[in-house]
Design a protein around this ligand. Structure first.
Ligand SMILES: Cc1cc2nc3c(=O)[nH]c(=O)nc-3n(C[C@H](O)[C@H](O)[C@H](O)COP(=O)(O)O)c2cc1C
Length: 328
């Protein structure tokens, strides 16, 4: 497949790894890039030691292949320092999500590095295009982790129509080749996949997190702000709720966001439970597409599988539209 996205980065497959904060490290990004996709390190926690370590890893692991990789940040919270640090490693792309990307876009543009902006509504898409984004990611609310209020299926073609010649990636609820085929059919130039890559040996997640993703189904996920309210980073913009696996903490506090906001004791207990790794409290961000995830697969092999099964899905769809010879 050749699309405006694969041509921009000189890559083989129209698949990007979502820059999942803390779990998409250098090894995972390198595995995706070395398999012909675009691996994006998740710099979301803005910890400079972590960024240095993981970017050293991805740089070393792609040195032999020369394959491109990038890094992503959350626009509402990322520090100028963290972005500047990442630029010293010469990424092929920088991605910004969630909030106004203007503040951090300038140093990226000055460094001549293509900017990828993830958007959750048409207004954000128009703004990203004005800003000169090289790639737009249209993210639907099926996504694991934070998202806005649009669904992937109608939102992606709407952004494709706005974007003109700028390539658009579809994100949110894509976990197999059928999703990749659907995204390309909607006019996207590729996909950005998050949750599916959590169930790979390269992801920086606990075995319990990977197992929970395998064991649960789409109905077990829910969008909520409760974990942002109770967590340390309380300033997450309210319009981005996060899709998570239901747990006891969510069941206890659902519908009582304002009470939780005011209850410092409950927030402290929540943080202690999270620090202790208590699964009844700690959030596991997960996509509605977890129905489609039932094995842990090495990330490079996953990229190959996505492409192969997308070919099959597209051939099947073309066949379904072809009426064939009519019966007498
Ligand atoms: C565990 C997890 C962490 C995430 N962290 C970030 C992040 O730090 N920055 C970001 O831009 N997107 C983040 N995302 C969202 C992804 O960029 C992407 O939109 C999403 O994973 C796509 O949907 P999917 O999970 O159905 O593939 C995260 C997603 C997950 C599942």
């Amino acid at each position: 497949v050749a699309t405006a996205f694969t041509e921009l980065f000189h890559i083989r497959h129209p698949i990007a790894l979502a820059p999942m904060g803390g779990s998409a490290g250098g090894a995972l990004a390198a595995a995706v890039s070395n398999a012909g996709g675009l691996g994006l390190v998740g710099g979301g926690r803005e910890d400079c030691d972590w960024i240095t370590r993981e970017l050293q890893l991805v740089t070393a692991a792609t040195a032999a292949t020369g394959r491109p990789w990038g890094i992503g940040f959350q626009a509402w919270s990322a520090t100028e320092e963290a972005v500047a640090l990442s630029l010293t490693f010469a990424p092929a792309a920088v991605m910004l999500s969630f909030g106004d990307p203007r503040r951090l876009a300038a140093p990226v543009a000055d460094a001549g590095i293509p900017l990828i902006v993830q958007v959750t509504d048409r207004r954000e898409a128009a703004h990203a295009l004005e800003l000169g984004a090289a790639v737009i990611v249209a993210q639907g609310l099926e996504a694991g982790g934070h998202s806005g209020g649009r669904a992937t299926l109608p939102f992606v073609p709407a952004v494709v129509d706005l974007a003109g010649t700028t390539p658009v990636l579809a994100a949110g609820g894509i976990a197999d080749g059928r999703g990749l085929a659907a995204a390309l059919t909607l006019g996207a130039a590729g996909v950005l996949v998050g949750t599916r890559f959590q169930a790979t040996p390269e992801a920086l997640v606990s075995p319990q997190t990977a197992q929970a993703i395998l064991d649960h189904r789409g109905e077990d996920t829910e969008k909520t702000r409760l974990f942002d309210i109770a967590g340390r980073r309380v300033t997450w913009p309210a319009r981005y709720a996060a899709r998570v696996l239901r747990n006891d903490f969510l069941e206890e506090w659902r519908g009582h966001e304002e009470l939780l906001e005011a209850d410092d004791d409950a927030k402290r207990r929540f943080r202690e439970a999270v620090d202790a790794g208590d699964p009844s409290a700690a959030p596991i961000w997960a996509s509605e597409a977890i129905d489609l995830i039932d094995t842990v697969v090495p990330a490079g092999e996953l990229v190959e599988r996505l492409v192969r099964s997308a070919h099959d899905a597209m051939a099947g769809a073309a066949h379904a539209l072809d009426p064939g010879p009519t019966r007498a």
